[in-house]
Design a protein around this ligand. Structure first.
Ligand code: APR
Length: 325
């Protein structure tokens, strides 16, 4: 007869965040009425989207940050469109993760919670984050506008992928006898510099339907450009609505890009305690952490739902808010 030897119990799993930090954070969160969040690319990392700096910050041989400039677009609009078309495609394939849903739920639970996102990937809106409590500091991959200074054409929620046929990601159909039909259609990874980019002519790129002269460009804020005036005004109004801010959560951002990173100081000046969620302990906000701040080290997708639980409970993933492909 087979014996069933008792298995040794599994070792207890280490908590995601130290219990004493979790408790003091949640006590503060529960009584906070004016809360800010500053979000960055690390929030979407576990949805499979690369960050800008550090690992994943290179696209082919180019620093991602070097392609995000008006000068790069002026020099080589085809290359810049290939980069953004790839990012649009990847963002559409990605899904919001539990942290996006948790922040959206916190916004529904607390009227005085405002989120400032540097992310252009559309995942917070798709997680159902209320639009009135979400300011997109750096625009959206799914907005497009005319690059001609004198033309004011803009278009939002453009999910056409690819935006023009010439930007279709090529597939590997090199040897259909040895690869299955499905694999033969597998997309090539054009972020890999060893994969040849398709030839592009300027006439292949998206053109403004209004002035018919300018090229369309992604509706994101590039280095050296102003943040959208409406967004800045809304944030300034929110900031000045009350003399105090209780808390700012700085999630998945290297907090190096201004003016976005400056909101941490503005919140602190109004009394906010700072809670950082980041994989990298070196990525605290520029002026460091003070007594009474928190640093939660690890994956935002796991930590954010955990630390917000005292207000939002267990999060259930909701259906992805519709993206008409
Ligand atoms: N969970 C939490 N943090 C993470 C994770 C993760 N799973 N993965 C990476 N991070 C952290 C990194 O340690 C880093 O601090 O996310 C941060 C990402 O930093 P950046 O790549 O600099 O991205 P971000 O701060 O959003 O950049 C700001 O710069 O290039 C411009 O306009 C672009 O909006 C962008 C802005």
């Amino acid at each position: 007869m087979a014996s069933t030897a008792a298995r040794p119990p599994l070792p207890p799993r280490a908590p995601i965040v130290p219990p004493e930090d979790l408790e003091s954070f949640q006590q503060h969160l529960n009584k906070s009425t004016r809360i800010l969040a500053l979000l960055g690319a690390g929030l979407s990392a576990s949805s499979g989207l690369p960050t800008f700096r550090g690992a994943g910050g290179l696209w082919r041989t180019h620093e991602a940050t070097q392609l995000a400039t008006p000068e790069a677009f002026g020099r080589d609009p085809g290359l810049v469109w290939q980069f953004y078309s790839y990012r649009r495609h990847k963002a559409l394939q990605a899904k919001p993760n539990p942290a996006h849903y948790a922040l959206a739920e916190l916004a529904r639970k607390k009227d005085g919670f405002m989120t400032l996102s540097q992310n252009v990937d559309g995942l917070s809106p798709r997680a159902g984050h209320p639009a009135s409590q979400l300011k997109l500091l750096h625009g959206s991959l799914f907005d497009v506008k005319c690059s001609d200074f004198f033309c004011k054409y803009t278009e939002s929620a453009n999910y056409t992928d690819p935006i023009v046929p010439a930007l279709e990601i090529p597939t590997d159909e090199s040897d259909p006898t040895t690869i299955s039909a499905l694999e033969a259609r597998a997309e090539l990874d054009i972020s890999d510099e060893n994969v040849a980019l398709p030839e592009l002519r300027i006439s292949d790129l998206p053109r403004c339907p209004l002035c018919k002269k300018g090229l369309l460009r992604p509706g994101v804020v590039w280095f050296g450009e102003m943040l959208p005036t409406g967004v800045i005004n809304d944030i300034e109004k929110w900031m000045s609505d009350s003399a105090k801010i209780d808390l700012i959560m700085v999630i998945g951002t290297s907090a190096r890009v201004y003016p976005a990173a400056g909101y941490v100081d503005s919140a602190r000046a109004k009394g906010a305690r700072v809670a950082v969620v980041n994989m990298d302990r070196n990525d605290a906000p520029a002026r460091g952490l003070y007594n009474g701040d928190w640093f939660f080290e690890g994956d935002a997708a796991k930590i954010v739902p955990e630390i917000l639980k005292s207000v939002i409970g267990e999060i259930t993933e909701m259906p992805d808010a519709a993206v008409e492909a």
